[in-house]
Design a protein around this ligand. Structure first.
Ligand SMILES: NC(=O)c1ccc[n+]([C@@H]2O[C@H](COP(=O)([O-])OP(=O)(O)OC[C@H]3O[C@@H](n4cnc5c(N)ncnc54)[C@H](OP(=O)(O)O)[C@@H]3O)[C@@H](O)[C@H]2O)c1
Length: 317
């Protein structure tokens, strides 16, 4: 790579889980990276976004900032998730246009796909039905960024792309139960059970839903690659295209954590959507790339990282 060497890049959300890995790759390429923090530039306002881009004069903006999380945060803050992400996306893209940013990369989510489709989720099916109830507030706001890029391209020739990310896991994720997603939650449970020599671990649901998991460093690599080579206004999936049941994920985490006790499944807790896997054929063709890290290797690295950083990872909201 090295495409962004000497270029100015703004990574919103660059202090977060995914964003920090994106920043590392860009800096290793020799880019001059600016990370706007919320306390200095509130990207929910047009003024905050515009000030940021007029100061940094970026060639590229990667917009990863968001307010969202796992099941708990979706239940407690559905309105905040809707408002903050919708307003932030709209103002960041408008500010990019006003500041003459040459390329915009919107970081989207597989939650934007219809919630009740059968089969692999390919980009042309993005509008084929209603979203799953559990994520309609979050998923729609991300989808609106793609619509804004499409409309801005038509009217202003704006160069904005939209990447649809599957579930991520890896170092620097949040392991706080109020924020965490399934992989981080399982890692924390098993590592703690191993440390305290607990007899069993309770896992929510039936274990039947099938999901896709992408190692965060691979995702960051895919984003930087897409920023370089992908210029279509139509969205692009970023994932592995591989489905893993929650039961398989649980068994693998159990094994890699070294926990010797039993697993107790609590089927009273909700399962959510049954199958959610991205079709990554367009990604492979457009980027000439696929994620190099296997789930086993990624989980092993993540568990190792978690053991070394447990206190800060458990606190991180
Ligand atoms: N994690 C996943 O599994 C996953 C899957 C699909 C898509 N995504 C998407 O990937 C992106 C990154 O996710 P993540 O888990 O890395 O997020 P994260 O760790 O929660 O980081 C969120 C970042 O957003 C920034 N931010 C929030 N509100 C802001 C505001 N009003 N103004 C300026 N900055 C603000 C925060 O900055 P401060 O620290 O300064 O507050 C923080 O750096 C998100 O867009 C998310 O929707 C994630």
């Amino acid at each position: 790579m090295g495409f962004w060497k000497g270029k100015n890049v703004v990574v919103t959300g660059g202090s977060g889980f995914l964003g920090s890995h994106v920043v590392e790759i860009l800096e290793a390429e020799g880019a001059r990276v600016t990370v706007p923090r919320k306390r200095d530039f509130n990207l929910m306002t047009l003024d905050g976004s515009l000030r940021c881009f007029l100061e940094a004069r970026p060639d590229l903006v990667i917009h990863g900032a968001a307010f969202y999380g796992g099941i708990w945060i979706n239940q407690v803050h559905p309105g905040r998730i809707y408002y903050e992400n919708l307003v932030m996306g709209a103002n960041v893209i408008e500010a990019c246009r006003l500041a003459g940013v040459k390329k915009f990369v919107g970081v989207g989510t597989a939650c934007s796909y219809p919630g009740y489709l059968e089969g692999l989720l390919s980009e042309e099916r993005l509008w084929d039905g209603p979203l799953h109830d559990s994520v309609r507030n979050y998923g729609l706001t991300k989808k609106m960024m793609q619509v804004q890029c499409w409309a801005y391209q038509k009217q202003y020739g704006f160069n904005g792309i939209h990447l649809i990310l599957t579930n991520l896991y890896g170092p620097r994720d949040s392991y706080n139960p109020q924020r965490s997603h399934v992989v981080a939650a399982l890692i924390r449970k098993f590592v703690e059970a191993e440390m305290t020599r607990a007899p069993e671990v309770e896992v929510w649901g039936t274990g039947k839903p099938i999901r896709e998991f992408l190692y965060v460093q691979d995702c960051a690599e895919g984003i930087v690659r897409a920023a370089e080579v992908y210029d279509e206004v139509e969205p692009l999936n970023l994932g592995t295209g591989l489905g893993t049941s929650i039961r398989e994920l649980t068994d693998l985490t159990h094994e890699l954590s070294g926990f010797q006790g039993q697993i107790r499944w609590n089927a009273d807790k909700p399962d959510g959507q049954m199958v959610k896997i991205l079709d990554v054929s367009k990604m492979k063709k457009a980027l000439g790339w696929q994620p190099p890290t296997s789930l086993r290797d990624g989980l092993e690295k993540t568990i190792h990282w978690y053991r070394e950083h447990k206190a800060e990872a458990d606190e991180r909201f």
